[in-house]
Design a protein around this ligand. Structure first.
Ligand code: PMV
Length: 326
């Protein structure tokens, strides 16, 4: 069988409403806890993978620039797919994000979801999502969630790997996510190093693991019942619990800026005044405000008026990773 050897895919970042922080197996990059996310439609990673006969090794361009740092994680994913396809060629990988990279906007999730989708297509592999998820999670623990659209759950599977499942398609509960960009510089401590340090040093890490399943189940119930208030309560609590672990890591992981806190407090005051909105924050300073569609304009304007907010992105929920014309 001849295979195309080249393909392009698009994937969107996802934002976790119930977070993953910590790994149970560092070498295998297996998350310690499950997570629940929404896939966004406003931003995307576009990745072209071209396997070249005779080429040794892989070469990676990120936003038009050679990126040797990303190459080893990318090659680990490509090696698995090459082995499945019985192909030995090295690849040229070209990936572009239309949003800030490595600043807490899940660029690694969309990047690795697009990578494995494009690479599998280029190699003529028609893999079920479960298999693709297992390749994608080697690159980024949250990447399997970007394989699907809408609301997505990632769990630890009984066989010791991960299992990713779509929970609700985007149109079934069309929430909006308004993102306040408060800084665009790459973060000082990436999530891999941060998670390892939290596991080794935070006195709250054990409690985070112990109480996480209950948060995940409450989050899943909130989504299944379309119960905004219930989802808001558990999502904010779970986010702050993750940041409590980060803050109590040694040395501390302080991902917030003063503007992050100002946005968080604004979202809380809006909700107290009756606006259906809640916040979530990842390993970076940006604040994501999740709201019902009718509240998006108000939330967008209110966040844009916070001193220090550089840009506001108003996103709907988007589709999963898919191939596109090169
Ligand atoms: O996918 P990673 O390894 O970059 O880790 C993501 C960690 C958080 O964004 C903080 C939480 C999450 O579940 O997305």
């Amino acid at each position: 069988m001849t295979v195309p050897l080249v393909a392009t895919a698009i994937a969107h970042p996802n934002i976790a409403l119930i977070k993953y922080w910590g790994k149970r197996d560092v070498a295998e990059n297996l998350p310690a806890v499950g997570s629940l996310s929404v896939t966004l439609d406003a931003m995307c990673s576009r990745t072209r993978v071209c396997f070249e006969p005779g080429r040794k090794g892989d070469s990676v361009r990120l936003n038009g620039r050679e990126d040797a740092g990303a190459a080893s994680r990318i090659s680990a994913c490509l090696d698995l797919l090459r082995r499945r396809a019985g192909v030995g060629h090295g690849a040229l990988v070209d990936t572009d994000n239309d949003f800030p990279t490595a600043a807490g906007l899940a660029s690694s999730a969309s990047g690795f979801a697009a990578l494995v989708t494009a690479a599998a297509a280029a190699l003529g592999l028609d893999l079920p999502a479960r298999e693709l998820a297992r390749v994608a999670r080697l690159g980024s623990g949250s990447a399997p969630r970007s394989l699907f659209g809408g609301f997505v759950v990632l769990r630890n599977a009984p066989d010791g790997d991960v299992a990713v499942e779509p929970l609700l398609p985007a149109p079934a509960w069309p929430l909006r996510v308004v993102i306040a960009i408060v800084a665009t510089a790459p973060k000082e401590t990436g999530s891999r190093d941060g998670m390892a340090a939290s596991r080794a040093t935070s006195p709250y890490y054990g409690e985070w693991l112990r109480s996480h399943d209950a948060d995940l189940e409450a989050g899943l119930r909130g989504v299944r019942d379309r119960d905004f208030a219930a989802l808001a309560g558990v999502a904010e609590h779970n986010c702050l619990k993750m940041h409590a672990v980060m803050l109590t890591t040694r040395p501390p992981l302080i991902y917030w800026s003063p503007t992050t806190l100002a946005c968080l407090q604004l979202v809380q005051s809006l909700r107290r005044a009756g606006t259906p909105v809640f916040f979530t924050i990842d390993a970076g300073p940006q604040v994501k405000a999740v709201c019902e569609p009718g509240a998006a304009a108000l939330v967008r304007d209110a966040l844009a008026a916070v001193p220090g907010v550089m840009q506001v992105i108003d996103s709907g929920l988007g589709p999963g990773a898919h191939c596109t014309d090169g």
